[in-house]
Design a binder for this molecule. Structure first.
Ligand code: S3P
Length: 423
């Protein structure tokens, strides 16, 4: 287990380019693998989660060639059974989307992951896949990983998502590519739309409709065409620098080429409401953030799907703001890489933040932070949130379990050094 020490210091100044969007990176690898021909992907996430998906696609028979840093040529020519278990590592997106993809292919596959993955709920995908006729079973008759999938023979369904989840939506849409007819997803609370955008870019026709408060999207069975895609920077990683620059006096940070699209920029709206000085340029994607005093706000349940991964770092912003911030309807955080309601409460609490969980609401009252020892709980976003909090603590912050950061942002410390050194 590795530790990282973060020292409070002067302003963060300069420009950084965060890794390619993780959600998009998983999906482009899967679509390129299903396509018949050669696709080119630039700017792929360099995190371990996406590396696991790449290895899985290779184990299923595709050829991947590196043409430069984070640039890949992917040759798809029909997927074939893998030898052995497919390891998604720590990735919930990996296991849920791949389960949908593999449910449509006429052979047996086994998907497994680390200890965190083995505890995360898979019933949310097993239910719609069973309605499609898929044969997917969990460990010892449960719905937990490892998942054994005997693929093929799927029927199209209409499915209303019981939780706002882009992973479940993506799983069903990937399965829908191999069904016997159209598959429709109905959402009450719109989630990120990467699966839809990327399937369309790969020539899969989708039909979207708005039906009062409901959003429907229908996919017909089909095979993606090869494509070229440049993955934009991950807004979830940019959020760490946006909060860091907001809370450290004198800071000015530009994050290059940050993705913008439905249900991904919620943290920008929340920070702006808290008084942050930030601009996201729609033409370049550049996110420019300068230090500003923050005040508390209320984040409503409708906003949560658009910032679900950013709650830990927004909690750091709230801990440095004047007054109280409430994050309502954040129960889904209990089933992320860690129980993030518990880990935000315990780790920011150790640093002296006034954090409490009240049912599905997270309440944070602003104050001062102290440097101390904290633990990542094997969760990359908890580790990086503590690191940002450490920038304004009264002494060094030691983060145990720092290796979790490699899941999504292996270059985080280097970027922190660059910004602390003034760019
Ligand atoms: C993701 C969707 C979200 C998010 C996860 C990535 C995706 O999960 O938390 O990090 O790529 O579809 P849910 O769909 O479970 O909300």
């Amino acid at each position: 287990m590795s530790t990282q020490v973060v020292e409070p210091g002067g302003p963060l100044v300069g420009r950084v380019q965060v890794p390619g969007d993780k959600s998009i990176s998983h999906r482009v690898l899967m679509l390129a693998g299903l396509a018949d021909g050669t696709s080119t992907i630039r700017g792929l996430s360099d995190g371990d989660d996406v590396a696991c998906t790449r290895r899985i696609m290779e184990a299923l028979g595709i050829t991947v060639t590196e043409d430069g840093p984070c640039t890949l040529r992917v040759e798809g020519r029909g997927l074939e059974p893998a030898n052995g278990t497919l390891d998604v590592g720590n990735s919930g997106t990996g296991i849920r989307l791949l389960a949908g993809l593999l449910a449509g292919l006429p052979f047996r596959s086994v998907l497994d992951g680390d200890a965190s993955i083995r505890h995360r709920p898979m019933d949310r995908i097993l239910e719609p896949l069973a309605l499609m006729g898929a044969k997917v079973s969990g460990r010892d008759g449960s719905s937990l990983a490892p998942l054994t999938i005997d693929g093929g023979g799927l029927r199209g369904i209409e499915y209303r998502l019981p939780v706002a989840s882009a992973q479940v939506k993506g799983c069903v849409l990937f399965a829908g590519l191999s069904a016997d007819g159209p598959t429709t997803i109905v959402e009450d609370r719109p989630s990120r739309t990467h699966t839809e955008e990327l399937m369309e870019a790969a020539g899969i026709p989708l039909v979207g409709e708005t039906d009062g408060p409901l959003k429907r999207v229908t996919v017909k069975p089909g095979c993606p065409a090869p494509f070229d895609h440049e993955v934009a920077g991950d807004p979830s990683q940019a959020a760490f620098w946006a909060v860091a620059a907001s809370i450290v006096p004198g800071s000015e940070v530009v994050v290059d080429n940050v993705y913008s699209g439905p249900a991904r920029s919620g943290f920008i709206d929340v920070l702006a409401r808290m008084g942050a000085d930030l601009v996201h340029d729609p033409a370049t994607g550049d996110l420019t953030v300068r230090h500003a005093g923050l005040t508390g706000t209320v984040v409503t349940p409708d906003e949560v799907p658009g910032l679900v991964d950013e709650v830990p770092i927004l909690a750091v912003a709230a801990a440095c703001a004047e007054g109280e911030t409430e994050f309502e309807g954040v129960g889904e955080l209990r089933i992320k890489e860690s129980d993030r309601l518990a880990t935000v409460e315990s780790e920011l609490g150790r640093m002296g933040a006034d954090v409490r969980v009240d049912g599905d609401t997270l309440v944070v009252r602003g104050g001062s932070l102290r440097g101390t020892r904290v633990d990542s709980h094997h969760d990359h976003r908890i580790a990086m949130s503590c690191a940002v909090a450490g920038l304004v603590a009264d002494g060094p912050t030691t983060i145990r379990g720092w290796e979790a950061v490699a899941t999504s942002y292996p270059g985080f410390e280097t970027h922190l050094d660059v910004l602390q050194g003034g760019g």
